[in-house]
Design a protein around this ligand. Structure first.
Ligand code: NAD
Length: 262
């Protein structure tokens, strides 16, 4: 397929590496004007690059000021792995992401598409609903108390799992938030993907990751994920709203089948 997102202006966070870099490449190839945002400088495949630390609310607010209007898509992809401190992880993978999104709504064009890069790690979100609701009030100032209260420290990678659970739930809950303007939100949940942070996952998850590796025919690649993100940004998917698309070689279905004895 050609020109999937031709003429669309799309912000991609975490555009300098892995899934974000491949998304920027694929979107540019498909005719989009990509505005890349990352902490690490990389001008590949972007029309404009904005250097920003998405764990810092002041930086996010400056970014919101300098980004242009008429944005047709936002890909919330920047993320840190489970080996990082829980405070930083929740800042980047959840709270900063939400601040950027809410702040950018006035600059989005009607009919824009927001795509969150969640994870297979968030599949068990229905079992975390109380903590997810409590996270509605989570801000940069009260993170440590939240981490202690809801036991979402970095131990065993819990902070990462929780951030992705909350992100999937947030995606579902925002199915109609901006429907009057035709703005939709969906998420893509990759399984293990061969990027620079895959080693961190294997390190945190240990035996569980080893089990997954035995079940899977191969790890994913950024090329498996980027086209799904582009599909959700395209005009072909205006009726897909508040949906999470597992993109994981069948891992999510495998969990569901095991759970329900199928
Ligand atoms: N690789 C996997 O196995 C996998 C699986 C499921 C989901 N994901 C998710 O995919 C997304 C992309 O991960 P990836 O595997 O491409 O990793 P990556 O490390 O290759 O890319 C992440 C990018 O985010 C940027 N980033 C990190 N912290 C930032 C900050 N504070 N401010 C601005 N930019 C920041 C990094 O500089 C980097 O360019 C993440 O949200 C991750 O959780 C990855």
């Amino acid at each position: 397929m050609k020109d999937l997102v031709k003429g669309k202006r799309i912000v991609v966070t975490g555009s300098s590496s892995g899934i974000g870099l491949e998304t920027a490449r694929f979107l540019s190839e498909q005719g989009a004007e990509v505005l890349g945002v990352d902490m690490t400088k990389n001008f590949d495949y972007v029309e404009e690059f904005y250097r920003a630390d998405l764990s810092d609310p002041r930086t996010i607010d400056v970014l919101l000021d300098v980004l242009p209007n008429d944005i047709d898509g936002l890909v919330n992809n920047a993320g840190v792995p489970p080996t990082k401190d829980a405070n930083i992880l929740l800042r980047v993978n959840l709270i900063g992401l939400k601040r950027l999104t809410y702040g950018l709504i006035p600059k989005l064009a009607d009919g824009a598409s927001i795509v969150n890069v969640a994870s297979l790690a968030g599949h068990d979100w229905p079992n975390s609903v109380d903590a997810i609701k409590a996270a509605d009030d989570l801000d940069f100032g009260n993170l440590d108390a939240f981490i202690a209260r809801w036991k979402v420290s970095s131990e065993g990678g819990r902070s990462y799992f929780f951030a992705k659970e909350a992100l999937i739930a947030w995606t579902l809950r925002n199915r109609w938030t901006w429907r009057n303007r035709g703005i939709r939100m969906n998420s893509v949940s990759p399984g293990p993907v061969d990027t620079p942070i895959l080693g961190d996952f294997l390190q945190t998850l240990g035996a569980r990751a080893e089990e997954d590796r035995k079940i899977m025919d191969r790890p994913g690649t950024p090329q498996d994920i980027a086209p799904v993100i582009a599909f959700l940004l395209s005009d072909m998917t205006t009726w897909i709203r508040g949906t999470n698309i597992p993109t994981d070689g069948g891992m999510h279905s495998n969990i569901l089948c095991s759970m329900h004895g199928l």
